[in-house]
Design a protein around this ligand. Structure first.
Ligand code: GDP
Length: 297
């Protein structure tokens, strides 16, 4: 399970305070040293760790906390609140177009889980809003991706617009958008190509698709298992393309948690969903407070 180690380490660091009748500033300093190490070992971005530690420490050493009747409990509450803040505070909802269709573009590196997420999102929108999405197969460099999206479409009974692999993705998106308008689909989900690394050609193509589709959302899909690499990828996609949200996949795996805990602060883009398995239903709307509670155990 994700975060297992981190949860244990944080609990250990804080439980020491509970055993003490009176807590001193030195006790807080010692706890913060342990929390700092735990976060760094969980592969959390150094700047994010520093900021977090500074904020918790500042609040925890206040006299209202240390002189209170339940200082240990209050410090746990502060850690919980600051963790929630690091994860983004508010639950971020999807940006919707005032006029149909709302256009959502999925971007990310190959293997991150874009195609799978497109299917999960279609399923989620149908369940929660009775939506009638259209999916566009824009990953022409990986023929299997088109078939994969078509299979998902069949399972969900969602139309998938594709033009094979010989037409440029920009043209596919142009025609797919026209079809969605004609059919009055309320959502258009665009699956785009990813590569193993970020390169200029990929970014140029994504920029052109963005221009044509005028998406309400550009969701960057990243694999939690790749840790700080996911954060670097997110930063770079954001600078080049301007992402509106992040989807963190494979949180069911044995990830240390660094990506999930760093991405919001590093990029400023909110985490909107998490992927928790390979099935279409393995999708969760991201709630910072619930995730913080889960990390604290
Ligand atoms: P794409 O290249 O970005 O389109 O990635 P895919 O959607 O093809 O996903 C790559 C692999 O990751 C596939 O084997 C998926 O089943 C798997 N995958 C996607 N999301 C998740 C997830 O949340 N959890 C797990 N365990 N596997 C996932």
């Amino acid at each position: 399970m994700a975060f297992e180690n981190l949860t244990e380490r944080l609990q250990q660091a804080m439980s020491k305070l509970r055993k003490k009748g009176k807590i001193t500033e030195a006790d807080v300093t010692e706890m913060m040293r342990e929390i700092r190490l735990a976060l760094l070992e969980a592969d959390v971005n150094l700047k994010v760790v520093k900021e977090f530690v500074k904020n918790v420490r500042q609040r925890a050493v206040g006299t209202e906390v240390l002189d209170s009747l339940s200082p240990a409990q209050q410090i746990v509450k502060i850690v919980d609140e600051e963790l929630t803040k690091t994860l983004g505070s508010e639950t971020a909802t999807l940006n919707k177009s005032p006029k149909i269709p709302t256009v959502i573009m999925m971007v990310g590196l190959q293997g991150a889980g874009k195609t799978t997420f497109a299917g999960k999102l279609a399923n989620h929108l149908m369940k929660t809003e009775k939506a009638r999405p259209l999916m566009i197969a824009g990953d022409v460099y990986r023929p299997a991706a088109i078939d994969q999206l078509k299979v998902l479409g069949q399972q969900l009974n969602v139309p998938v617009f594709d033009m094979g692999t010989d037409v440029s993705p920009v043209e596919i998106v142009r025609q797919g958008m026209a079809l969605a308008r004609e059919k009055k689909n309320d959502y258009v989900l665009i699956d785009t190509a990813g590569r193993l690394h970020i390169d200029e050609k990929l970014m140029d193509e994504l920029k052109q698709i963005k221009e044509i589709a005028q998406p309400n959302e550009i969701l960057l899909v990243v694999d939690a298992m790749t840790g700080q690499d996911a954060v670097t990828v997110a930063d770079s996609f954001n600078q080049q393309l301007g992402i509106t949200g992040v989807v963190i996949t494979k949180l069911d795996g044995d990830t240390r948690g660094g990506a999930a805990l760093s991405i919001r602060q590093v990029t400023g883009a909110p985490i909107k969903f998490t992927g928790t398995g390979e099935k279409l239903t393995d999708l969760e709307v991201f709630h910072p407070d619930r995730m913080a509670s889960r990390i604290l155990g």
